[in-house]
Ligand binder design. Structure first.
Ligand SMILES: O=P(O)(O)OC[C@H]1O[C@H](O[C@H]2O[C@H](CO)[C@@H](O)[C@H](O)[C@H]2O)[C@H](O)[C@@H](O)[C@@H]1O
Length: 278
């Protein structure tokens, strides 16, 4: 097929590789059945030293606001708690929020729903965070997120080995799952939720989906889009990596397209919005 032929695109699997223009033209033909998924850190917001201080790129946010009007759904799928995401996306009530790798979600302006199987782990995670603060070396940063604990070493990479070893030993002792990321190791309850499972569930009834990610946990989301393409000849999925010096190469290898930065994402989405509105 000619992938830039939007007339044919609605019913045929486009061949790869695709240019961004081709991908957006195909998406335009299916806008009403398309879901756009965004990771938060390193994608919507640039990475910084203080996890609590980061804010989305304004151009990304204004493009997302426009996109909610032309596609079926826009969703943020993040390791952050929903409350954290709501502070940043609260003015966009149409955006669905999936937090803590899908252990929490809030659809539209709805209330936050927590995966019931994870709730018994709240006390253990609080106790873990407290002990991490006492036992980890100076320079490690402990981020407690109710149902997970992230152990950061961005500002002191020399403690990486010690922090990772402590985290892995605690995960083994308590039966927790480990998720590594950009200068961070995260411990979470042994409950079957990850970004791939979220995307598999939410995109199952869509005909088209994009996922924008930067970290290794996002590769599961890419895999979910590939699986949907493999099982549904009509489904069109595009995986976009946002480059970074830590996990960027691995994520880019798994993606269809790569953008340079969250700022470049803002420009990319603004141009896409024009195509989708045309
Ligand atoms: O799923 P995400 O939304 O991408 O969340 C992944 C982790 O993001 C945050 O950590 C990362 O960003 C921090 C702020 O820029 C940075 O300091 C840190 O080095 C990065 O790993 C968040 O703090 C973690 O809880 C998330 O797991």
């Amino acid at each position: 097929m000619r992938p830039n032929d939007a007339g044919n695109a609605a019913n045929q699997r486009p061949s790869r590789p695709l240019t961004p223009d081709q991908a957006w033209q195909i998406t335009t033909a299916r806008a009403a059945e398309c879901v756009l998924f965004f990771d938060f850190d390193g994608v919507v917001a640039p990475v910084g030293d203080d996890p609590n201080a980061v804010q989305p790129v304004p151009e990304v946010m204004s493009a997302i606001a426009g996109l909610t009007e032309v596609v079926r759904r826009v969703a943020v799928v993040s390791a952050r708690p929903v409350d954290f995401l709501r502070e940043r996306f609260g003015h966009l009530p149409e955006v669905d929020l999936y937090g803590l790798y899908g252990l929490e979600h809030s659809r539209g302006a709805g209330e936050t729903v927590t995966e019931p199987a994870a709730l018994p782990w709240v006390p253990a995670m609080a106790e873990l965070a407290e002990r991490a603060r006492e036992e980890l070396p100076e320079g490690a940063l402990v981020e407690y997120k109710r149902l997970s604990v992230a152990l950061h070493y961005r500002t002191n990479p020399q403690v990486a080995g010690e922090v990772e070893a402590w985290g892995r030993a605690e995960a083994e002792r308590l039966g927790l799952k480990v998720q590594t990321g950009r200068m961070v190791i995260e411990l979470k309850p042994p409950v079957d939720r990850d970004k791939g499972i979220v995307i598999g569930e939410v995109a199952r009834t869509a005909g088209c989906a994009w996922y924008f990610g930067d970290d290794v946990s996002d590769i599961k989301a890419f895999d979910a889009l590939r699986a949907l393409e493999a099982s549904d000849p009509h489904f069109f999925g595009i995986c976009v990596a946002v480059a970074n010096p830590e996990t960027g190469q691995e994520v880019a290898r798994a993606a269809d397209l790569t953008l340079d930065s969250p700022q470049a994402l803002g420009k990319f989405l603004a141009e896409a919005l024009q195509t989708l509105r045309s």
